[in-house]
Design a protein around this ligand. Structure first.
Ligand SMILES: *[C@@H]1O[C@H](CO)[C@@H](O)[C@H](O)[C@H]1NC(C)=O
Ligand SMILES: *[C@@H]1O[C@H](CO)[C@@H](O)[C@H](O)[C@H]1NC(C)=O
Ligand SMILES: *[C@@H]1O[C@H](CO)[C@@H](O)[C@H](O)[C@H]1NC(C)=O
Ligand SMILES: *[C@@H]1O[C@H](CO)[C@@H](O)[C@H](O)[C@H]1NC(C)=O
Ligand SMILES: *[C@@H]1O[C@H](CO)[C@@H](O)[C@H](O)[C@H]1NC(C)=O
Ligand SMILES: *[C@@H]1O[C@H](CO)[C@@H](O)[C@H](O)[C@H]1NC(C)=O
Length: 836
């Protein structure tokens, strides 16, 4: 799973996507007096609370949402969003807090009494007798009962009875004598702490030490893999000692895991079994006022068993992930709203059965599990086999016939980029299909009508361009499509024998030229092309039809023997890298202009990705390829190169100096490249536009300072101004800066499905929609989270060995030593804190 690239590429190859589903409940806050312990005759009632001696945790009554249900529970005093980590009466809510109390009963137990003084919950500890019991809340969040204030005899503790959260120091295992299992059970929904459908528990078989996530206490759908003394085999990314120290304890009486955090004591962090069926590690980010998710399993949300309920359909690409299949609707919209999807979807129109139903075709889906096989020699036979049984709800035929009866579970819509799904034919009532006479035909006609119209308009436009060009380039009659075909000698002449070089890259050098009518052009001499003449012409013609105000226009080309040249509009503003990084003397581009450059670039890219006929992935977005015209309007240059260069393209890209920092991790891992690779590069470029400097300062081999990692830290602490290019005279607008930074981090996600589309980004930049707080990608966290490994200080430069932290847990120990030698040395950001 983990490859062995060196340097910071190693970081990029850590495929640890993060899903943020920050689970929040707006909880009622109470203001009351705080006490330090509960003892006989001194109960806890109403809105008074019990606060731990260090002030970290608080025990009292709370009510989630506006439910009017009250619970006794423990939460963090310093977390502004009330977050219960333990609930006493999770399935037995109280109607009011005022008249209820937590008190020590005559038998020495802690009991919860409702307003009628009836016990609704008790600690039920058997081994007690005395009435000197004291309940105390420790600073770890553990509520303990002991017989007397200073007694060492703790006979009950909340850590033995966790609810949905596992706190540092807590135990998760089983008691071998009583058989009692400590399991984490999710809340029923975001406002109801009653036990939900998902749980995490230790494998009950004595021989193994691993965890399972279970659905309905019965079906196991994720396992941590066995504990090898350092890590769980299926969770290699949990580097020992990096954030957590796990320990496995197996004695005569009990076997359990416990953990400590190695973070500083003021970092608030917990594990939770979420209502989404995932286990998550969340850390409270005070600056943002949110719980941030740093880790979750199972990573793909759709891997959670029966997540969307019966007839629900899951998709990794959409938010929320669950929807109802065609012909179905949410069985209980209220439950869905609260995050409880177990009821799934209900059929809108009942089936008629008796051969009167039809099938709706769902291509490229993950088929439901456990089909029944039927003998059928064709799709038609398979269909009639399903129609013949009233409980059959769907079939799939791929040479063999699969039938499904009753409710369908775990349907997943696969994205177009993933093939290999099946085709499900879902049985629906005839009424669910639009009648063929009216609806369908009309749409087809309209579609034909509009596209014919569009063709006419395009043809007209092309004709006009053609005539205009004919006039402009008198003497150069050769025109292909809207492009001028130049003679080599002509280009040699206009460029003064290729004397004024504008720049060069992996695919050739660019020269400035002046045409006869004194229009300026940029002529690119392509190198290393293996394409034939015909192929080249056809690709260039395709590129030539792509025109947008934020794309550099291709005017023409030359194809002469082995020579291939492209002629573009000349951009007097030069490239963005010059504007940003070079010439301290030149007036630096101001904030408003930078924002316009960002927005314009996004529009150009969106056009390439979404608007033109064949989606074009640029593949090489970096400041060098963003050109500026006289008014600082950005124009994306060099698009279509991947088509021209073909197979050689990726080799050139990955080896060209200065390009690596913009390449999405999928370039390194060999996965298919989609438009989201451009989104990643765009994000990396955003950091540079904000800071006015390169993200990675390369000083010799393997030494980098990586600006985005530092920016992540600043984003979390809310100190954004320090990130902005200090040479800018104009103040950055805080709201826009926040917007751009958040977009940058969304783009920088390792998991491409989490990156937004360029269209989405434009809407955000145009301030039409808001952008949520982004999850900080794992590789960036690794760069700053461990204080021993990375120091981005404001004063000094500290070179740190990073390899131990990284290499340690990800694979075998032999690898960790081999990595120590090719260590990625990290320097602090060059001149420290650039804040003014
Ligand atoms: C506590 O214990 C003492 C002695 O065992 C007994 O006299 C007293 O009644 C008890 N008090 C309560 C409140 O149960
Ligand atoms: C305590 O014991 C009673 C009776 O045995 C039982 O009904 C109740 O559920 C138990 N409560 C807890 C919190 O275990
Ligand atoms: C969970 O299992 C119980 C029986 O073990 C069953 O009654 C219940 O319906 C199941 N829940 C769901 C959502 O299927
Ligand atoms: C956690 O820290 C405590 C105190 O430093 C120590 O006693 C305990 O062994 C540690 N546990 C683990 C799992 O590292
Ligand atoms: C329909 O199929 C189910 C499952 O195989 C079977 O139990 C049932 O008897 C069938 N009904 C008819 C009418 O064939
Ligand atoms: C152009 O450059 C080539 C080689 O650099 C040289 O041989 C040739 O004479 C030059 N032609 C002109 C017109 O300068």
């Amino acid at each position: 799973m983990v490859k062995k690239p060196s340097g910071w590429l190693w970081l990029l190859s850590l495929q640890v996507p993060l899903l943020v589903l920050v689970f929040s409940g707006a909880l009622e806050t109470s203001t009351g007096s705080a006490t330090s312990s509960i003892s006989a005759g001194r109960p806890l009632a109403g809105d008074s609370t019990l606060v731990s001696h260090g002030g970290v945790f608080e025990l009292g009554f709370f009510s989630p949402g506006k439910t009017g249900r009250f619970y006794a529970g423990i939460w963090y005093t310093k977390v502004s969003r009330r977050t219960p980590v333990w609930v006493a009466n999770r399935a037995a809510p109280l109607r009011s807090a005022a008249a209820s109390e937590l008190s020590i009963s005559g038998d020495g137990n802690l009991v919860l009494l409702d307003e009628a003084k009836q016990p609704v919950w008790s600690t039920n500890a058997t081994s007690i007798s005395s009435n000197s019991t004291v309940a105390e809340l420790l600073n770890t969040g553990n509520l303990i009962l002991r017989d007397g204030l200073d007694s060492g005899n703790v006979f009950w503790q909340s850590f033995d009875h966790p609810t949905d959260s596992w706190l540092p120091g807590g135990k998760l295992g089983m008691n071998k004598l009583t058989g009692e299992v400590q399991r984490l059970v999710s809340w029923k929904n975001s406002e109801d702490p009653a036990p939900g459908i998902f749980s995490l528990e230790i494998d009950p078989s004595a021989s193994s030490s691993q965890y399972f996530i279970l659905w309905n206490s019965s079906h196991e759908f994720w396992s941590s893999g066995a504990w090898n003394g350092r890590i769980f085999s299926n969770v290699p990314e949990m580097v020992p000692g990096y954030i957590y120290d796990f320990a496995f304890v197996s004695g005569e009486e009990e076997t359990y895991f416990t953990y400590n955090t190695t973070l500083s004591s003021d970092v608030i962090s917990r594990f939770v079994v979420d209502i989404s069926g995932q286990i998550k590690q969340l850390t409270w980010i005070a600056g943002a006022g949110e719980w941030m998710q740093f880790w979750s399993q199972p990573r793909p949300q759709c891997d959670v068993y029966r997540l969307c309920g019966p007839f629900g359909i899951c998709s990794e690409k959409t938010m929320p992930h669950c929807a109802c299949a065609m012909g179905f609707e949410k069985a209980s919209p209220v439950d869905w709203e609260l995050g409880d999807l177990t009821s799934g979807c209900a059929r809108r129109t009942p089936l008629k059965c008796g051969g009167e139903d039809r099938f709706y075709t769902m291509p490229n889906v993950r088929l439901p599990a456990e089909p029944a096989a039927a003998t059928a020699r064709s799709a038609e036979e398979c269909e009639s086999a399903c129609l013949g049984n009233c409980s059959c709800t769907g079939y799939s035929y791929d040479g063999g016939c699969s039938l499904w009866y009753d409710a369908l579970f775990d349907l997943q819509q696969l994205p177009d980029s993933i093939r290999g799904g099946g085709t499900l034919h879902l049985r629906l009532a005839v009424l669910e299909f639009p009648s063929p006479a009216s609806g369908k035909k009309a749409t087809v006609e309209i579609a034909v009508g509009t596209s014919a119209g569009a063709v006419a308009v395009v043809a007209l436009a092309l004709a006009m361009v053609w005539r205009w060009r004919q006039r402009k380039f008198r003497g150069l009659r050769l025109v292909e499509g809207s492009l001028v075909v130049f003679r080599y000698s002509e280009l040699k002449r206009v460029t003064g024998n290729f004397s004024d070089k504008l720049g060069g890259g992996g695919f050739g050098s660019v020269y400035r030229g002046t045409m006869g009518d004194s229009t300026e052009v940029a002529v690119k001499k392509l190198e290393g092309l293996r394409q034939g003449e015909k192929e080249f012409r056809s690709e260039v013609c395709t590129i030539g039809t792509i025109q947008h105000v934020n794309l550099v226009r291709l005017r023409g080309f030359c194809s002469h023997r082995s020579r291939r040249l492209l002629v573009y509009d000349y951009m007097p503003g030069g490239s963005l890298d010059r504007a940003l990084f070079r010439g301290q003397a030149a007036p630096p581009v101001g904030w408003k202009t930078r924002y316009q450059i960002i927005l314009g670039t996004a529009r150009g890219l969106a056009y390439l990705h979404e608007r033109c006929r064949d989606c074009i992935i640029h593949c090489d977005i970096k400041p060098e390829n963003i050109l500026l015209d006289g008014e600082f309007i950005p124009k994306v240059a060099d698009f279509g190169m991947a088509k021209l260069v073909g197979r050689e393209f990726s080799r050139v890209l990955t080896t060209v100096r200065g390009t690596r920092g913009y390449l999405a991790p999928e370039w390194m891992s060999g996965e298919a490249i989609t438009a989201k690779a451009d989104v990643y590069s765009f994000g990396m470029m955003l950091f540079e536009i904000i800071s006015g400097r390169r993200n990675s300062e390369e000083k010799g081999e393997e030494k980098y300072a990586f600006f985005p990692a530092w920016a992540a830290k600043k984003l979390l602490s809310g100190e954004l101004l320090g990130l902005v290019d200090p040479r800018m005279e104009e103040e950055a607008d805080m709201e826009d800066l926040t917007r751009v930074l958040r977009v940058a981090f969304w783009c920088a996600q390792e998991d491409e499905t989490l990156r937004p589309s360029m269209g989405h980004i434009i809407q955000i930049l145009e301030r039409a929609i808001d952008v949520e707080f982004p999850p900080i990608p794992r590789y960036l966290q690794l760069l700053w989270e461990n204080p021993d490994a990375v120091e981005f200080s404001s004063t000094g430069v500290s070179s740190v060995q990073f390899s131990d932290v990284l290499a340690g847990g990800f694979s075998s120990s032999s690898q960790s030593t081999s990595h120590a030698s090719s260590a990625a040395n990290l320097r602090s950001f060059p001149s420290g804190d650039p804040s003014r």
